[in-house]
Design a protein around this ligand. Structure first.
Ligand code: FE2
Length: 217
């Protein structure tokens, strides 16, 4: 009698476990169909040689300065995920980009003296428990030879790093950009092209885009 009860209990437990697994497995399958490993891209010549005193995730405003960077504000958010779609908690996301005049804060940059000193140019955001990161920056602009882009470097705790670039949907020069065109796989190429939508509710006149980064880990 007690054996039967035990079996029944176990059946109940197994049944409940299986029921719990069904939706998560199907969700996982759906995720794995959608997930595209984010392709690596060249670091380029303008990764900072020295870091700014302020390197938070708001590139539009530098601590201690009243001026705000020139350019259209863009909120760039996303999640850092592994290939199974799980968040990579604690991943450090770095970005760097040129200012609204197309000038990087880098000693190798021609015309450096003309740069927008109110633009932070580089920032960091640490992924939270959900893998989420966020930046407040400006909409990237084109400069000679390049379509608008934001450079990314993502450090996964104990699992290496990914250097890549994010692009903007609808940019005419995307089709002829060297680094972007070097991503031969179409799905991989499209995975780094992000739509920026008006986000006036967030901040008047601002844009917002979502760039999820899928690491091959
Ligand atoms: Fe660049």
């Amino acid at each position: 009698m007690s054996r039967i009860v035990t079996l029944k209990r176990r059946d109940l437990i197994l049944g409940a476990t299986a029921a719990a697994l069904v939706p998560s497995l199907s969700a996982l399958a759906a995720d794995s169909r959608r997930l595209v490993i984010t392709p690596g891209q060249t670091e380029g010549p303008f990764y900072p040689v020295s870091f700014p005193a302020d390197m938070d995730n708001d590139l539009v405003r530098i601590q201690g300065q009243a001026a705000q960077a020139t350019g259209q504000v863009a909120h760039v958010v996303g999640r850092v995920l592994n290939r199974r779609g799980e968040p990579v908690r604690g991943a450090m996301v770095e970005i760097w980009q040129c200012d609204a005049k197309g000038i990087y804060n880098h000693p190798g940059q021609a015309g450096l003296q003309r740069r927008d000193t109110a633009f932070q140019g580089y920032g960091r955001s640490e992924a939270g428990a959900d893998g989420g990161y966020s930046f407040r920056t400006i909409r990237p602009v084109a400069y000679p030879g390049r379509t608008p882009h934001i450079h990314f470097k993502v450090h996964a705790p104990g699992a290496g790093r990914l250097t890549t670039q994010m692009y903007i949907a609808g940019e005419r020069q995307n089709a002829t950009d060297g680094p972007l065109s070097s991503i031969r796989d179409r799905a991989a190429r499209e995975s780094v092209i992000v739509r920026l939508d008006p986000a006036d509710a967030l901040e008047p006149g601002a844009l917002k885009g979502t760039f999820d980064i899928v690491l091959d880990i």
